[in-house]
Write a protein that binds this ligand. Structure first.
Ligand code: AMP
Ligand code: MG
Length: 347
C-alpha cells in the first residue's frame, strides 16, 4: 500500500482549508486509516463506527484484539451519540482538562460504535486532544475517530512523524506530519464509572491535578502490584520496548558506571539513559540525555525517542536511571518499567 505523507504546519491558522487535511479526512471517511499528531503521541486514526476501519488499525499495529481503542472527538456534544450517562465527576474533569491529555472511561451506549473499538466492553474511553492539527482533522471528518498510538504494538510510541514512518510505512493510507508532539507520554486514563474515579493508566495529567478538580482519586491496584489484573486491558501487555534489553538501575550513577564497564568487558555495546544533570559523568558506547531531572516534563517529552534511539545506535544492552514517582514521573516510570519488562537491578 502506498502511504501518503502530508506535512502541515500547526502554527498556521488555515488548517480548516488545508488540502492535505482534506485528503486525510476523505480517506478516514472511506474507512482507511491515517496517522496524525496529538499533544501526547502520534495516533493511528480510523472511523470508530466501522468494523472495517478498526480492523485495519489492529492489523497495521499488530495489536491484540482484546485491547480497546480510545475514541477521539472534537466537540463534547459528540459524546451523547455513544455514551449513556455522564457522571458529575466526568463533567468536571472534561470542563477542566479537555482538550487535553485525559481519557475518560464512561458507560457505553450499546450498538453505537464498532464492537471492535470497545473490544466488546460495556464502557468506552474518550478524549479530546489538545492539538490544532488533530482538532482540525476531527472537525473535518465529523466522525468519532478511534486512535491508538501509531506504532507497531509493543514498540515505543511515536513522538515524531518519522517514528510512524519507521513502523507503519506501507501499512496505512497516510501520515499527517505536524512536527514533534509535546507531552510525549500518552493520556492519563481515568475510569469515571465508579463513585471515586480510578486512574487505570498514569499519563499527561497527574493524580494531584485530577484531585484538585474532583477530590479523591484512586490508582488501579494493578499499577503497583503485578499480581492484580489491570482494569485497562492494554496494561497487561509488554509495551514500549526497544529491541535491546533495558535494565532500570536502582542506585547511584557510580553504580551504573560499574554495570556499564562490566557489560562492555563482555564485549557488549552499552547505552545509558540519563538526564542533563548526569550526562557528562558516564563513559558508555551511547548516551541519550532525556531532558532535566528537575523538570520531569522534559524527560517525558523525549523518553520514547530515547528508547527508539538505542536500537538505531545498535546497542546490545541499555541501562537507565530511575525517576521519582511524583507528578508526571508516575507515567515515566510506568512506561520505563514496561519497556524493561519490569527488570530493575541494584547498582
Ligand atoms: P493506546 O490506544 O495504545 O494509547 O492505549 C489505550 C489504553 O486505554 C489501553 O491501555 C486500553 O486498554 C485503555 N482503554 C481503552 N478503552 C478502555 C476501556 N473502555 N476500559 C478500560 N481501559 C480502556
Ligand atoms: Mg499504545
Amino acid at each position: 500500500m502506498n502511504t501518503n505523507y502530508w506535512v502541515v504546519d500547526k502554527i498556521v491558522d488555515t488548517l480548516e482549508n488545508s488540502p492535505q487535511l482534506k485528503q486525510a479526512a476523505e480517506l478516514l471517511e472511506q474507512n482507511e486509516v491515517v496517522a496524525f499528531p496529538t499533544e501526547t503521541v502520534y495516533g493511528l486514526g480510523g472511523n470508530a463506527k466501522s468494523d472495517l476501519a478498526v480492523e485495519k488499525i489492529f492489523a497495521a499495529k499488530g495489536r491484540p484484539s482484546d485491547n480497546p481503542l480510545i475514541v477521539h472527538i472534537a466537540r463534547k456534544e459528540q459524546l451523547n451519540d455513544f455514551v449513556d450517562v455522564i457522571p458529575d465527576s466526568a463533567k468536571k474533569l472534561m470542563a477542566h482538562f479537555w482538550p487535553g491529555p485525559l481519557t475518560i472511561i464512561l458507560s457505553y451506549k450499546e450498538g453505537t460504535l464498532s464492537s471492535k473499538t470497545t473490544a466488546g466492553l460495556s464502557t468506552v474511553g474518550i478524549r479530546m486532544p489538545d492539538h490544532q492539527v488533530a482538532l482540525a482533522l476531527l472537525e473535518q471528518v465529523d466522525l468519532p475517530i478511534a486512535a491508538p498510538s501509531a506504532n507497531r504494538s509493543g514498540k515505543p510510541s511515536p513522538t515524531m512523524a518519522q517514528h510512524v514512518k519507521e513502523d507503519l510505512d506501507g501499512r496505512i493510507a497516510g501520515i499527517v506530519d505536524g512536527g514533534p508532539t509535546g507531552v510525549g507520554v500518552e493520556s492519563t486514563v481515568v475510569d469515571c464509572t465508579t463513585e471515586i474515579p480510578v486512574i487505570l493508566r498514569p499519563g499527561g495529567v497527574t493524580k494531584e491535578q485530577l484531585e484538585d478538580v474532583v477530590g479523591e482519586v484512586l490508582y488501579d491496584p494493578a499499577l503497583t502490584d503485578v499480581k492484580e489484573t489491570p482494569k485497562s486491558p492494554g496494561m497487561k501487555y509488554r509495551h514500549y520496548a526497544p529491541d535491546a534489553p533495558l535494565y532500570l538501575v536502582d542506585g547511584s550513577k557510580e553504580g551504573i558506571q560499574v554495570l556499564i564497564d562490566g557489560s562492555r568487558r563482555e564485549g557488549l555495546k552499552v547505552g545509558v539513559l540519563t538526564t542533563e544533570e548526569n550526562q557528562s559523568f558516564y563513559d558508555a558506547d551511547y548516551i541519550f540525555t532525556c531532558g532535566k531531572r528537575e523538570h520531569l516534563e522534559t524527560v517525558a517529552s523525549s523518553i520514547y525517542e530515547a528508547l527508539r534511539s538505542f536500537d538505531k545506535a545498535g546497542m546490545d544492552l541499555i541501562y537507565s536511571e530511575m525517576f521519582p514517582n511524583v507528578g508526571v514521573g508516575n507515567a515515566i516510570m510506568n512506561r520505563l518499567l514496561k519497556a524493561a519488562g519490569q527488570k530493575v537491578i541494584k547498582g
